[in-house]
Write a protein that binds this ligand. Sequence first.
Ligand SMILES: [Fe+2]
Length: 199
Amino acid sequence: MLTHDLGRQVFGNPANAGNTISLQDANQLLDDWVKNESLKRHMRQVAALMKAWAREVEKLDDVGQLKWETAGLLHDADWDQWPDDHCKRIVEELEKRDIDPEIIHAIASHGPRFFGVEPVTTMDKMLYAFDELSGFIHAYSLMRPTGYEGMDVKGVRKRLKDKAFAAQVSREDIADAAQRAAREVDELIAFAITHQAGV
Ligand SMILES: [Fe+2]
């Protein structure tokens, strides 16, 4: 269906490799572009997961962690104001700012079904994997009297099977993304519960 087809597979300029965007600039961009507070929180939660995964699992250095974190922080930055141009706007903005192509590619490939861009790197695949799952887990936390407190993998699993709950979250995308990342969905759920609580 490719509702938001980006129409290309190459993003940014290889000469900009290593050009990160600072957290300050990324947050400023969010403040300028995003009025919806729950969307902002979603991006902060995905950013927290990406940073934690880069650090704990991939063992990346500070620059690597910042790349993962800012990709998470900005992946839906244009959704609030320009839903019809979703992904195109933020990709073009980061290209204009001469940001590292790896960061731009991760954002461009976070919804292969919509944007027509395949996740290639581990960063691409983990952003795709955490995006829907993080939103789902947060929705689940909101309906639990104790929020994230005492939440476990089994409870999340049960809700995933309940098709009426958070029906807009694609279970197929969650499974597809985990498979591409060669990770178990349960592992990703456990990681997300631990690392996005309180964000
Ligand atoms: Fe998202």
